[in-house]
Design a protein around this ligand. Sequence first.
Ligand SMILES: [Zn+2]
Length: 139
Amino acid sequence: MNNTCKEYEEILMDIYYGEAEMSIEVEEHLKNCEGCMQFCCELQEMGETLSQPQDIPIDYGIIRNVMETAEGVEAKKSNIRELALFILLACGLLGGIAGLVMLGYAKPILYLQGILHMGLPLTLPLILWRRKRKEGYNV
Ligand SMILES: [Zn+2]
């Protein structure tokens, strides 16, 4: 059997990648054919070049940008969730109040609102005092 050089090159590649074993026929051809011997040398050189460890410079700027983008996306998602929750709560509260008004409880609701508006600011000193005690502010 006499293969062409092209076929020997394919066999040599298979041998190089461990998919075939060196046969006597191939060895004989290598001894007699300069082109295939050259191809074999080039394969080995290429393998040595590829197997050498290469220092790939790490661009920390790119990594930082990616991290910042990811954090920004996460923060945006969180903001959208909070906005949706706020809209849901506001609609529920307004709907509940509108429902009570429709049922004829408008007057007590207005009184309650007035009391809350007048009364809650009076508790502000109490809130500040409790906060100061809890967090140890020196106001
Ligand atoms: Zn050859």
